[in-house]
Design a protein around this ligand. Structure first.
Ligand code: NAD
Length: 316
């Protein structure tokens, strides 16, 4: 079997996606890679320390392992991007173009994630449609929108089989988030258990689209397995899991932790969150590749708390 390369495998999504791909296709067939040294959870399989900005090193890794498919996840996310816009633009664009170029000769399938950050303040906020006004006002959103256009360009012009979806905020317990505006929805669980109090950087009523990690990983693998003829969107698919605000998740966690306290001190991330949709319409993904989520707020909260509690007990 030819092999899969995951780029950005030590990140919040990459760690969990690598574990699932190794479950499905065999540990030896999934090469994990990242700029940094391998994190513990993915250490037991093939690993390459790789800077995806270095195209010749990327080509070398592809040849060494006989790579056939790439999941390209390396990026600088929304909040970190605003702190260093030029670095975010450079990494998010150059890395994608390096990977898309490999699709012109040797790689048969590429996955690259976009984000709800492609939308902006002029976008309809409720049940945001697949095709709509998109005027993103963060460097991250601008880079993801440009990336979507590049993906469609490479598909149309060079027949590169590149697939993509616009993730909402991702929530999981295995890896910590890497600098996005929705990171609060992971941090709040850790703080609820460890400190019984949380200082939130968004206002209580800030409604945002979110997704539990298992749903995101399943969606990603399902999209990559889908019949190419069924895929009508070659920029990036809308997908939806759930929508909630900080006060809603606080109330849900308080059912198990009645003493849990929250304080709201919005910072620069509030402005980013305000420019993003409240909820996403994902009919096209449901129609083309049978997408449907399994986790709502209650199920996600219970799963996060169960797993974090178990993790903390085992490390005591
Ligand atoms: P993350 O920040 O947790 O992980 C990104 C990884 O990329 C890190 O491990 C980092 O070391 C690595 N990386 C950075 N520069 C690199 C380079 N030059 N070469 C190789 N690796 C490099 O991000 P994540 O949350 O796992 O996100 C993965 C993808 O999903 C990104 O494209 C992101 O834009 C997208 N996405 C994530 C979310 C979310 O809520 N996490 C939401 C929407 C979209």
């Amino acid at each position: 079997m030819k092999k899969i390369l995951v780029i950005g495998a030590c990140g919040q999504l990459g760690t969990e996606l690598t574990l699932k791909l190794r479950d499905l296709f065999g540990v030896e067939n999934v090469v994990a890679s990242d700029l940094r040294e391998a994190v513990d959870l993915i250490k037991d399989g093939p690993y390459e320390q790789l800077d995806v900005m270095d195209k010749s090193r990327l080509d070398e890794v592809i040849s060494t392992h006989d790579i056939d498919q790439i999941y390209h996840l390396a990026a600088i996310l929304s909040a970190r991007g605003e702190q260093n816009p030029m670095l975010a633009w450079d990494l998010n664009m150059t890395s994608l173009l390096n990977v898309l170029e490999t699709g012109r000769d040797r790689i048969t399938k590429i996955y690259w994630p976009s984000s709800i950050a492609v939308f902006g303040p002029d976008t309809p906020m409720v049940q945001t449609p697949q095709t709509t006004v998109m005027n993103p006002n963060t460097v991250y959103g601008i880079s993801k929108l440009a990336g979507e256009r590049w993906c469609e360009y490479y598909f149309q012009k060079y027949k590169v089989d590149v697939r993509s979806m616009r993730y909402p905020g991702l929530i999981g317990y295995k890896a910590k988030p890497g600098g996005g505006t929705t990171d609060y929805a992971v941090d709040i669980f850790w703080k609820a258990i460890l400190d019984k109090s949380y200082e939130c950087f968004l206002k209580p009523d800030t409604l945002l689209p979110m997704m539990y990690m298992d749903d995101a990983v399943k969606a990603t693998i399902d999209l990559m397995q889908a019949d190419p003829a069924a895929l009508k969107v070659r920029s990036s698919y809308n997908i939806s899991g759930m929508s909630f605000s900080p006060s809603m998740i606080y109330q849900e966690i308080s059912k198990r932790y009645p003493d849990f306290q929250i304080e709201y001190n919005p910072d620069f991330r509030q402005q980013i969150a305000d420019s993003w949709p409240d909820s996403i319409a994902d009919d096209q993904a449901r129609e083309d590749w049978n997408w449907s989520p399994s986790f709502d707020l209650a199920k996600m909260t219970a799963t996060m708390l169960d797993n974090l509690e178990a993790q903390l007990v085992s490390t005591k």
